[in-house]
Design a protein around this ligand. Structure first.
Ligand SMILES: Nc1nc2c(c(=O)[nH]1)N[C@H]1C(S)=C(S)[C@@H](COP(=O)(O)O)O[C@H]1N2
Ligand SMILES: [Mo]
Length: 383
């Protein structure tokens, strides 16, 4: 005699009807986060076979704002989606070997998809709160896992496509596709569950989007207040945290500009004596916040001309900061040659605050915040 596996009755909300509808929005948000993530990763690559464009100046601000907002929206969607399919993942395997192999392979791919997604959401969320409780590279691991999750997602979609299409084609309350055990009815209807899910995702978006969208600032409890800080721009790392308070305020400060053995050494007064230009440009942090402001200073190209650096040369930008990943960055030729790229000396009409990079900082259009180097000490053109 064969014993039937005991079937536990479960909520009628746990249905393909709900999973497909939540899954559709999860897929859309995941897709936005994936594509904008590729943009962000490429923008941070030192080597760019196709130059990352300097236009529009707010492009990275938009893509990175979308990236973080779409990622946050994925959190409630993923939780509801997982809840709706959980019994399928923990039920017994079929009796026959072929069925076991198929079922096992499908569950393995879902396990990869779920764990990669959870990793992406948790590391992304912690990163946006500027808390890095790990010692691996955030950027590399987040990027690698994004490909793994996307691969597993495409596989999952291919396997489920017939079910998804059928479920989306029927009414939410249609029971034709329901599993026999999903019969328990509580107070909440399927439409009610879906409405609550959209509201939760909407609130998550509102709570973060204010980091990018100024008029949402007041409601964005989870977002960094993008208008806070000297000159209306938040401070990411202070001069004290970077260990540059002394060197940045020393009278011995010089900015050294070099190319092919020629160097010039400039005080802040020397820089102020050169032609000054003002540009309205955003700081757009990879962590999701951004703020636009008017920066005033010397055009980078004018400084490179002092040492006869040719157009198209890349520039190694070094900070007074002695340690840390952001102390030196590479500025590609198209950014170095752009007229709006400045060595900024002032922000919003006031001398640059020590925490914003005094005596001088780099500001370039359409560039990830992490590459807008503060407390400049050396600009070395290389060809
Ligand atoms: N030397 C140095 N420059 C730096 C950083 C840093 O840690 N050290 N942080 C970068 C990051 S991550 C961002 S978002 C911007 C923020 O500039 P702000 O603090 O002036 O807003 O500065 C960038 N420049
Ligand atoms: Mo940043």
């Amino acid at each position: 005699m064969t014993t039937m596996p005991t079937v536990r009755e479960t909520s009628h909300l746990r249905s393909a009807a709900v999973a497909a509808r939540v899954g559709r929005w999860l897929g859309i948000c995941f897709g936005i986060a994936f594509l904008t993530g590729l943009v962000s990763h490429y923008a941070q690559n030192p080597s760019q076979p196709i130059p990352f464009p300097t236009n529009p100046s707010w492009g990275y601000r938009l893509t990175q704002g979308l990236h973080v907002t779409a990622g946050i929206a994925c959190i409630p969607l993923l939780l509801v989606k997982l809840w709706s399919v959980l019994p399928l993942l923990v039920r017994g395997l079929p009796a026959d070997w072929a069925g076991r192999a198929r079922d096992g392979a499908e569950r393995a791919s879902i396990a990869v998809l779920v764990s990669a997604s959870v990793f992406l959401l948790v590391t992304g969320l912690l990163n946006s709160t500027q808390w890095y409780p790990w010692d691996f590279s955030f950027r590399r691991s987040h990027y690698a896992l994004a490909w793994i999750a996307t691969g597993a997602l495409l596989l999952h979609l291919a396997v489920k496509l017939p079910t998804i299409r059928e479920a989306l084609g029927r009414d939410v309350d249609d029971t034709a596709l329901d599993r026999p055990e999903a019969v328990v009815r509580g107070g909440l209807s399927r439409r009610g569950l879906l409405r609550s899910t959209w509201v939760a995702a909407g609130l998550a978006v509102l709570a973060t989007a204010g980091s990018t969208v100024p008029w949402l600032r007041r409601v964005s409890v989870l977002g960094v207040r993008s208008g806070d800080g000297p000159g209306g721009v938040p401070v990411n790392r202070t001069a004290a945290a970077a260990g540059v308070e002394e060197s940045a305020s020393s009278p011995a400060y010089r900015l050294v500009v070099g190319y092919a053995g020629t160097t010039v050494s400039l005080t802040r007064d020397d820089l102020l004596a050169m032609p000054q230009r003002s540009e309205e440009l955003p700081i757009a942090c990879v962590e999701g916040w951004s703020a636009s402001a008017v920066w005033t200073g010397v055009r980078l190209r004018d400084l490179l001309d002092l040492v006869d650096a040719p157009r198209g040369a890349e520039v190694v930008v070094t900070s007074l900061q002695e340690r840390g990943a952001f102390r030196a960055t590479l500025l590609q030729g198209n950014f170095a040659d752009d007229d709006r790229t400045l060595v900024a000396l002032a922000l919003s009409g006031e001398p640059l605050d020590l925490d914003h990079g005094y005596p001088a900082r780099l500001i370039a259009p359409n560039r990830p915040g992490v590459l807008q180097t503060k407390w400049l000490s050396r600009l070395e053109a290389v060809t």
